[in-house]
Design a protein around this ligand. Structure first.
Ligand SMILES: Cc1cc2nc3c(=O)[nH]c(=O)nc-3n(C[C@H](O)[C@H](O)[C@H](O)COP(=O)(O)O)c2cc1C
Length: 201
């Protein structure tokens, strides 16, 4: 096996959230999307439930998603609180991307062993990270957004999800000239504890 350590370090540390508003008009070729999806399918999965499901909005369907999000915002917001800019952003955002993937978790309803829901959400998140890193490797900009209607019952109906399934957000893919600076509030040393007789906790 070749030596991937430099490649993986560079890829992971340079992966960034790039918002669709900064995407260009350039279209992501479908063969790249297929590679991104293929790698999603190789995420870890407890009990081989493979709970990730992706509903792909492209072309005119992106408008449908924008309309849904914008109407949801309008319906849930009082007149006094309504901000036209927010409405327009929700309406137009999907069309800024070549593809928008609804990130969904399909819950098991039968089988020898039903996995805890938290593990199914974790597996989908692993699949999303696989996609994000693959996008980065292909020079494709990506963004995971979870605002607006994401967790609503209306979204489940819109996406035709079963009540036990979940939408975890939307994944936007496009091209961008922007490469935002990465930022972390603290280093990994602040987030680890050694349990080892050689170290004092
Ligand atoms: C589950 C999840 C949901 C997210 N939802 C949003 C969101 O709704 N809005 C947003 O601005 N960023 C969202 N993000 C992206 C984070 O803001 C972003 O990952 C964080 O700022 C770190 O930046 P980086 O991805 O460039 O390292 C989400 C990330 C995750 C993992």
């Amino acid at each position: 096996m070749s030596n991937y350590n430099e490649a993986i370090n560079t890829l992971i540390r340079n992966r960034r959230s790039i918002k669709p508003e900064s995407f260009s008009e350039q279209v992501v070729p479908e063969n790249i999307l297929i590679q991104i999806l293929e790698n999603a399918n190789w995420a870890p999965t407890h009990g081989h439930t493979e709970p990730w499901r992706f509903i792909i909005f492209s072309g005119d369907a992106r408008r449908k998603l924008g309309n849904f999000e914008a109407n949801y915002y309008k319906n849930k917001t009082s007149e006094a609180q309504f901000v036209q800019k927010k409405y327009d952003k929700a309406l137009n955002r999907p069309e800024r991307a070549t593809y928008v993937l609804a990130l969904c978790m399909k819950r098991q309803t039968e089988g020898k062993k039903i996995m805890p829901e938290i593990e199914e959400v974790a597996a989908v998140s692993c699949a999303v990270q696989n996609m994000w890193l693959t996008a980065q490797a292909y020079g494709v900009a990506a963004y995971w957004g979870s605002g607006g209607a994401t967790y609503s019952d209306e979204m489940k109906v819109f996406l035709d999800l079963a009540p036990q399934d979940k939408c975890l957000g939307f994944f936007y893919l496009g091209y961008s000239d922007q490469q935002p600076q990465g930022k972390r509030n603290s280093g990994i040393q602040d987030k680890i504890q050694w349990v080892n007789t050689n170290y004092e906790l």
